[in-house]
Design a binder for this molecule. Sequence first.
Ligand SMILES: [Zn+2]
Length: 140
Amino acid sequence: MEKILRGIMRYRVLDRASMVKQFQEVKDNPTPKAVFYTCMDSRMIPTRFTETSVGDMFVVRNAGNVIPHSQHFVDEMTSCEPAALELGCIINNIRHIIVCGHSDCKAMNLLYQLRSEEASDKARKPRRRLGTNPKKAAAN
Ligand SMILES: [Zn+2]
């Protein structure tokens, strides 16, 4: 936590003025060129590896850069992924959507692990033949 607080203080002293200038330059006419979905992994720094800056793109981050299928978008559920598509593609007429994964993604590894555990559980369960009653079979 100390490192983060020191970084904030350094930013305020060293970089804030130039960032505010950049914010003011794009304030009234931002022209983002892409909606960029990526993982929230701390090793991912999208503005660094895309060499983009203030106003260049909308960035949405979540665990595993997952974008739910449109069938899962319901009125009662709020999610930033479809909102970013609406804001980027409908309101700002952006035509580029980038979904950026990365190697050794812990979120994806967990999903694969859960999937293989589920498959293993299914394989371990004895299959019941049609027409048999497991309680009767146990009593015999
Ligand atoms: Zn990841």
